[in-house]
Design a protein around this ligand. Structure first.
Ligand code: SF4
Ligand code: MG
Length: 317
């Protein structure tokens, strides 16, 4: 639908007719109950868009998002209506995502009260127990967000999401803005909760070292397409797509943080005018003639794995 992205694209391409940017193309994923599915890629690969589509914030121009077989949204003439409270999102920025003027207990209570998730008289006790579940004190319910650190605010954001008793959590770079030591604490909390509550989650991150500890399966995205999908253990032991290998090659030693993808040669191409054939070909050390003309299909690569690369599907020439 014509929207901000298209208007921006129109500007970027020099006025004229707006260009429709396909942030995502042919992305099909399923998440099993109790599973944590990682989605990894560089900025601009479409992973945040995917998170917003799955969360019911954006409507896909084609395709659907189903939870237990039922649509997550209704899209009528461009007005997106979310049909379920069962998908909850946790955003990157714990400073922007909490209302600074609202006591955190109220923030956590708002959703379950409005949507009648539990009887109203049980809400205050539930808020206290959620705060304790995320490693804070029940008495903190009366405090305002500015009285908490970034890591604590992210714990509050997790409590707020859990208060809705979601079937699916979508975490978009949920620890990326935190210091490395705090990241580990919040990740450990998430993993404990995931195991204890049997949570199902889509875990979006640019950071392969974070995803490794948290996810059962990992989807790698490049320029709006899924390029590899595999159980985490196998992906880390033996990446099949050259882009995945390049991501591993460029992961810095733990603690250095930034510039995770610097080792991959070349810039990420523009999604407005993506390269022909395999979109990774200008940066791929193994590219052949076929890569420049033919989009590789996502093909099975054994053992619950799929990969979109001609090397796995008849060769590059
Ligand atoms: Fe590289 Fe070709 Fe495979 Fe694309 S299809 S990743 S260019 S080898
Ligand atoms: Mg993003």
């Amino acid at each position: 639908k014509p929207g901000l992205a298209e208007r921006l694209a129109g500007r970027l391409t020099g006025g004229g007719e707006p260009v429709v940017v396909h942030a995502l193309t042919d992305v099909t994923l399923d998440v099993a109950r109790g599973e944590v599915l990682g989605v990894v890629g560089e900025s601009g690969c479409g992973k945040s868009t995917l998170g917003r589509v799955v969360s019911g914030i954006y409507a896909p121009s084609d395709g659907s998002v189903l939870l237990d077989g039922k649509p997550v949204i209704r899209d009528q003439q461009g007005t997106v209506e979310k049909l379920t409270t069962q998908v909850q999102m946790i955003h990157q920025d714990p400073f922007a995502s909490l209302n600074p003027r609202m006591k955190v207990g109220e923030t956590i209570a708002e959703g379950p009260r409005y949507h009648k998730i539990i009887p109203a008289k049980e809400v205050p006790e539930r808020v206290r127990s959620l705060l304790e579940q995320v490693g804070l004190e029940g008495a903190y319910a009366d405090r305002l967000p500015h009285q908490f650190s970034g890591g604590q605010r992210q714990r509050i954001a997790i409590a707020r999401a859990l208060a809705m008793e979601p079937e699916l959590l979508v975490l978009d770079e949920a620890v990326a803005s935190l210091d490395v030591s705090i990241q580990a604490q919040v990740l450990n909390l998430f993993m404990d909760l995931q195991r204890d509550l049997g949570l199902t989650a889509l875990f979006i991150s640019h950071d392969l070292s974070v995803v490794r500890h948290v996810c059962d399966r990992v989807a790698i995205m490049y320029l709006g397409r899924l390029v590899e999908l595999a159980p985490a253990k196998e992906l880390y032991e033996n990446p099949l797509h050259p882009y995945t290998s390049a991501l591993f090659a460029s992961v810095p030693t733990v603690g250095t943080g930034k510039r995770v993808f610097e080792a991959i040669k070349g810039e990420i191409p523009s999604p407005i005018n993506p390269p022909s054939g395999c979109a990774f070909h200008p940066r791929c050390p193994l590219a052949g003639a076929r890569c420049r003309s033919e989009v590789p299909r996502l093909a099975e690569a054994g053992n619950l794995r799929t990969v979109a690369c001609h090397l796995n599907d008849g060769g590059v020439e």
